[in-house]
Design a protein around this ligand. Sequence first.
Ligand code: HEM
Length: 119
Amino acid sequence: MEQSLYAKFGGVEGLAPVVDEFYKRVLEDETVNRFFEHTDLDRLRRHQAHFLSFALGGPNQYTGKSMEKAHQGFNLQREHFQAIAKHLQGTLEHFNVSQEDIAKVFELIVPLESSILHK
Ligand code: HEM
């Protein structure tokens, strides 16, 4: 069986520098950082770790239903999802992940878009 990117990075621990990079990019971005205004930094870091673990094929396998609940009340729009996707892509490129593997990551996260937006 093909190894997930999550495993290639070395699981939770190997992912820590990737989470840091992603976290920095999201926090610097005015299109999305306000959604995390009331999220304390530990929680935000946890969100980024969960998000990345999911995107890289790790153990957090969210369903549409739990995603709807988690994003309820934020009324997220397409541009917000795209901003996060852009930072995900930039972060993975920063760590020299191949375009082929990045495409697989997007196959995992794109189907969740409708569960996250406009809630
Ligand atoms: C496939 C895409 C996404 C996944 C898998 C995901 C995952 C999650 C999960 C699991 C939670 C609840 C628990 C936690 O904090 O870890 C959550 C909460 C949240 N997500 Fe996402 N998310 C995604 C996209 C987004 C996007 C595009 C935004 C906004 C730009 C966003 C903003 C938030 C916010 C503001 C919370 C609440 C944080 C808090 O205050 O606890 N998420 N997300």
